[in-house]
Design a protein around this ligand. Structure first.
Ligand code: CIR
Length: 385
């Protein structure tokens, strides 16, 4: 790579990115003007409301796509730059005088590279890689006075009420600090597990799919989340004999892994896949023989990297991603959450902490001893939008 071609590549990248942003800005201005005109006409006001909703969805998707394109282009320009400077260094035999390379922030840089025959989900396979959507809101539900009556198989004893509330609040504070607006719902009488809100829906930027929880005692929680989600997304629901818990659904860019577990059946996975497919998501089922949910054992760290328990490390369904394998003594740490470029992870798992630090992403540890006593993890206490 000569200096000249690297410069040309970088110039093209800047030009293209600038054009994308300009076009987006112009589209929004034109649309806003049309809406302002129509808003004055009482007969057109309902149409304006609908169009504003569409516009919100469109804006989210555009921001998401442009961010992905910029990330890809930056990464290519960086590679070209490094090749060019390495050539100069080799040719002169001198140590590089270029500024130090910034540490690459991509998750999984030090993760196990795909083994022979494996292709990563990103550029290596020629498929477009998507960066995680920017999250702006989290829906949480405060644990009610009856939370200790929820379902559990953990055998870790009764949770302490004041510690549970403190850990729930600290988890909300951490999300707030990462830029998310917190929508805190009141406890749902008669549903002691209702603060595990993740299980009742699968939310992507384009749509919210309300689930049909596998545990009959939790089904009513799904009805209660519908009006909440309807304020932010177009809502669709699973029907009939389908069962699915949100804890079994791991969205990794445009790939959606769906765990088939004691809570999620084939019909649930099938319906979800069909509802997400028109929005550009490709689903893949994964049998879950151990642990409550898929996300008890597998998390997405961004890019092409999954954090997995040893039992999931060799699963063929997950092979298109790189793996960071969690030590067998630290399994609860498998449930780690990527929020706007920061990893939230349960406290008390030092080996996993070191592995997460190696990704280059900032890491925040949260005390989650009490939800764990109710089979709950970090992801299950919020719905992120
Ligand atoms: C249940 O058994 O349904 C609750 N006690 C725990 C749910 C945890 N949810 C999750 O990990 N997504």
């Amino acid at each position: 790579m000569s200096d000249e071609s690297w410069e040309e590549q970088f110039r093209q990248f800047l030009r293209k990115t600038g054009e994308d942003f300009r076009r987006t800005g112009e589209d929004i201005r034109a649309e806003a003007q049309k809406l302002l005109d129509a808003a004055m006409d009482p007969e057109k006001q309902q149409r304006v409301r609908d169009r504003l909703n569409d516009l919100t969805v469109w804006a989210r998707k555009t921001a998401h796509d442009v961010a992905g394109a910029v990330e890809d282009a930056t990464s290519k320009a960086q590679t070209a730059f490094h090749r060019a400077t390495d050539k100069v260094t080799e040719a002169t035999g001198a140590s590089s005088t270029s500024p130090r390379r910034p540490p690459r922030r991509r998750a999984g840089r030090r993760a196990k590279p795909p083994s022979q025959g494996e292709r990563s989900a990103g550029s290596a396979s020629g498929r477009r890689r998507y960066s995680p959507p920017v999250l702006t809101r989290a829906i949480l539900r405060r644990p009610g006075p009856d939370f200790a009556a929820g379902l559990t198989t953990a055998g870790l004893g009764k949770p302490d009420p004041s510690r549970m509330l403190a850990q729930h609040a600290a988890h909300a504070d951490a999300l707030r600090a990462l830029g998310l607006e917190i929508e805190m719902l009141d406890p749902l009488p008669g549903f002691p597990d209702a603060y595990f809100v993740e299980d009742v829906a699968v939310v992507v930027p384009e749509v919210a799919v309300v689930a049909r929880p596998g545990a009959p005692s939790r089904r009513g929680e799904a009805d209660a989340i519908v009006p909440v989600l309807a304020r932010h997304r177009n809502v669709v629901r699973l029907e009939g004999a389908a069962t699915l818990d949100g804890g079994d659904v791991l969205t990794a860019g445009r790939t959606v892994f769906i765990g088939l577990s004691a809570r999620t059946n084939e019909a649930g996975a099938d319906q979800l896949a069909r509802l997400l497919e028109p929005h550009g998501y490709r689903s893949q089922t994964v049998p879950v023989a151990t642990g409550l949910h898929l996300k008890s054992s597998v998390s997405w760290l961004g890019g092409e990297t999954l954090l997995v328990s040893q039992r999931f490390a060799d699963r063929p369904e997950l092979r298109t991603f790189r793996h960071i394998v969690v030590d067998a003594t630290e399994e609860p740490a498998c449930n780690t959450l990527l929020v706007n470029g920061t990893l939230l992870t349960p406290a008390g798992f030092p080996r996993t902490r070191r592995q997460l630090d190696e990704t280059g992403l900032p890491v925040i540890e949260l005390d989650l001893t009490e939800p764990r006593k109710m089979d709950g993890g970090l992801t299950c206490m919020s719905l992120r939008l």
